[in-house]
Structure formats: structure tokens, C-alpha cells
Design a protein around this ligand. Structure first.
Ligand code: NAD
Ligand code: DAU
Length: 359
């Protein structure tokens, strides 16, 4: 039985990945989820796994070397999937240091503990061990509006925000471990994800939530910045595929060829909500384009991201959820999980929101 150490599994992508892995492999795998439960970590995302003998949660900081090496010492870890990070660009502009600590130092601790646990006295590593570092397309910087340019695996790094700089630093550390020690790892650089359990500080869940609450829809700058959206389950599948079928020591870009301007996304959400809300739902009347409000641009706002996913497609992966279907599934999930949204917006996030956009 393979044992996974997943970091950041209580966050958005990590929890979707854990659900996907148990759906795919059932009791053939064991998952140890290590998460500090910051404002972005939510054990409610994994409630249905309580009592599953294959699943263990450990509350720990990835920067805490003692705690992490203890987990390696007490368990025969076969796979590490490293999601834990500070992930929100706007927060990184306000508070860069925590991003450096978690994303760079935390990755260094994870790498070093895995290396110590997996290395053999005669050199090399125990067979079959693999570390996957989950990273972002933001490390490549920004593309021009011209839609013929894409990010490839060999595009030079050019990060602009403290978030993307800290992720680039983490990626470089992983590369250095592969080059120096031949440490068995992969890096994946993925585009923007959306789907269930996404924290409503990010564009799509924020817009869905604000529409339903009748709150303004804040659009940064001219609203024409482009992101390349991928349904989160397709990302989870890609990670598993890279680890099991990809080539070690390689980087894989993950993206769905689904570029859209932010303002287009907002219009699609409004239209989809209009289609999905029943006529007698009082919220239907206020879900209109009148809510759209242009606000001050994000500092250093990258213009366009677009992934060329050719290399991972050659491994057999392809995005399965088209945006129209994915956004309906996401909105349906938010309809069914209003309590989840109430719970996550009632605490720290509400303070951050009021500070960022005013009440
Ligand atoms: P998230 O913010 O929803 O979740 C991050 C998780 O990490 C939370 O559960 C949090 O509690 C945990 N965490 C934070 N600091 C920690 C620490 N010091 N020790 C242990 N746990 C800690 O993030 P997400 O959107 O799910 O992103 C997951 C990963 O995927 C990140 O590495 C991010 O850079 C990368 N990524 C995200 C996207 C996206 O669109 N969201 C796209 C590409 C790559
Ligand atoms: O590209 C991958 C990255 O995607 C991940 O590495 C990050 O962890 C993830 O947060 C995401 O970063 P972005 O900055 O692209 O995502 P965000 O949802 O914050 O913003 C998407 C776009 O929408 C961006 O151009 C900024 C804009 N925006 C965002 C918010 C929150 C607005 O116009 N208004 C808003 O209120």
C-alpha cells in the first residue's frame, strides 16, 4: 500500500486532490494530510473522510523541521505531494514576509526531511520514492495581449509579485535538489484553478458569493487581464498522472487552453446564475451587471497568463471539464454549501475583506 504525505490538504486544491485520490484508489492508499490550518485551511472540506482508516490529519507547520522529520520517521512515506503555501497574490502585496517563510523556507524543510528519510547509506535514494512540488504559471511572469504567446516549460522565470517570487524561489530549491542530489522529484506549474472549496478571496468564488449577497463585483483595472482557467479536478488528475506516468526530474505545465478576460468571467457568472436561480428566488433580481464596479488596479498586475500544456498531454492527460460545465458545477456546489460559505466568511476573511474593499 502506498503512503502519501500531502501538505496543505485542508486548502482548496489539496482537499480536492485528496477526495480525487480516495475516489480513484479507495483503500489501496493511505494519505497523511499535514496542514497548519491557516485562514485558508478548513477541515470541513474533508469532513466525509472522518473515520476513514486510510486518512490521517496532522496539524503541523511545514517550517517546523522537528515535526516534519517525525512524520517521516514514524511512517514509510512513498509519495510527497506538496501543496502547502500562502497562495493569494493580493495578500502577498500587503504582507510579503509570511510568503517567503511558508513558500521558500517551508519547501526547504519539506525537501530536506524527505531527502534525509529517503537517502541510502551507499548513495542514491530508496527506490520508488517521489516528491511532487505543486507550483504556478505565475513564475513565468506576464504575456502580452497578443494571444499567440504561451508559457512553455523552458520559458525563463520572471515573477512579479511577492507570491510568485516566493513560488519561483521554492521551484529553484526543488531544481537544486534534483541537480545536486539527483533527488527524485517533479515540479508542476499550473494555471488558475476554480471549483468546490475555493476560498472566496479568489476571483470566481468571490464573484459568485457577492452576486448572491447583492454586493458590488470589484474589477481590477480595465478588467481585461487574462487568466487560463482549469477545473480543479482536472488539476488533481494531472498531478497523479505526472507522479505515476511522468518522467522524474521533469517539469510539467498544466493548463486547459481556456483563456478568458476577467470581465468575461464575471459576465458568464452573472448569466449562469440568472439561468440557474429559480424565478421565485429573491436573489435573482439583484444578480445583474449593475453590480460590476471598476476599482483600483492590483499593483504589478500581470496582464495575461496562458499555458501550453503539450508536454503533459504527451503523458496522456487532457482537461476534461469545459468551462461552461465547470462553472455550473461550481455554482451548484456553492448553492448546496451555503453553510460552508457562511462559516468561511464569518471570521478572519471578513476582516481582510472589509480592509481590502471597504464594507
Ligand atoms: P490554499 O490557500 O487554498 O491552501 C493552502 C493550504 O496550505 C491551506 O490549507 C493552509 O492551511 C496550508 N498552509 C499554509 N501555510 C502552511 C504551513 N506553514 N504549514 C502547513 N500548512 C500550511 O491554496 P490553493 O489554492 O489550494 O493552492 C495550493 C497550491 O497550489 C499552492 O502551492 C499554490 O501555489 C498552487 N497553485 C494554486 C493555483 C490556484 O489557482 N489556486 C494554481 C496553481 C498552483
Ligand atoms: O495562475 C495561477 C495562480 O492563480 C495561482 O498560483 C494563485 O495561487 C491563485 O490565487 C491565482 O492567482 P490570480 O492572482 O490569477 O487569482 P485571483 O483569483 O486573485 O485573480 C484572478 C484575476 O482576477 C486577476 O487578474 C485579478 C482579478 N481580480 C481578482 C480579485 C480577487 C479582480 O479583478 N477582482 C478581485 O476582486
Amino acid at each position: 500500500m502506498r503512503t502519501y504525505l500531502v501538505t496543505g490538504g485542508a486548502g482548496f486544491i489539496g482537499s480536492n486532490y485528496i477526495h480525487y485520490m480516495f475516489r480513484k484508489y479507495g483503500n489501496e492508499i493511505r494519505i497523511i494530510n499535514v496542514d497548519l490550518l491557516t485562514y485558508a485551511g478548513n477541515l470541513e472540506n474533508l469532513k466525509c473522510l472522518e473515520g476513514n482508516p486510510g486518512y490521517t490529519f496532522v496539524k503541523a507547520d511545514i517550517c517546523d523541521k522537528e515535526a516534519i522529520s517525525r512524520i517521516f520517521a514514524e511512517n514509510n512515506i512513498d509519495r510527497v505531494v506538496h501543496f502547502a503555501a500562502e497562495s493569494h497574490v493580493d495578500r502577498s502585496i500587503r504582507e510579503p514576509e509570511v510568503f517567503v517563510r511558508t513558500n521558500v523556507l517551508g519547501t526547504a524543510v519539506m525537501l530536506n526531511c524527505a531527502k534525509e528519510a529517503w537517502e541510502l547509506p551507499e548513495g542514491g535514494f530508496k527506490p520508488g520514492k517521489k516528491f511532487l512540488h505543486v507550483s504556478t504559471d505565475e513564475v513565468y511572469g506576464s504575456l502580452p495581449d497578443d494571444d499567440s504567446a504561451f508559457f512553455y516549460e523552458d520559458t525563463p522565470y520572471d515573477p512579479h509579485s511577492p507570491y510568485s517570487a516566493s513560488k519561483a524561489g521554492a521551484d529553484m530549491l526543488v531544481k537544486s535538489y534534483m541537480d545536486t542530489y539527483r533527488f527524485p522529484a517533479n515540479i508542476t506549474n499550473c494555471s488558475n484553478n476554480y471549483g468546490p472549496y475555493q476560498f472566496p478571496e479568489k476571483l470566481i468564488p468571490l464573484i459568485i458569493n457577492n452576486c448572491l449577497q447583492g454586493r458590488k463585483l470589484p474589477v481590477y483595472g480595465d478588467g481585461k487581464n487574462v487568466r487560463d482557467w482549469l477545473y480543479v479536478e482536472d488539476h488533481a488528475k494531472a498531478i497523479d498522472m505526472v507522479q505515476e506516468q511522468g518522467e522524474l526530474f521533469q517539469t510539467y505545465n498544466i493548463g486547459g487552453h481556456n483563456e478568458k478576460q476577467n470581465i468575461e468571467i464575471i459576465h458568464i457568472i452573472i448569466e449562469t446564475l440568472q439561468e440557474m436561480l429559480p424565478d421565485d428566488d429573491p436573489r435573482k433580481a439583484h444578480v445583474t451587471t449593475d453590480l460590476i464596479t471598476y476599482v483600483e488596479d492590483r499593483k504589478g498586475h500581470d496582464r495575461r497568463y496562458a499555458i501550453a500544456p503539450d508536454k503533459i498531454k504527451a503523458v496522456g492527460w487532457q482537461p476534461e471539464t469545459m468551462f461552461k460545465e465547470g462553472i455550473r458545477k461550481t455554482i451548484e456546489w456553492f448553492f448546496r454549501n451555503e453553510e460552508w460559505m457562511k462559516n468561511v466568511t464569518s471570521g478572519d476573511y471578513q476582516k481582510y475583506y472589509d480592509d481590502m474593499y471597504g464594507k
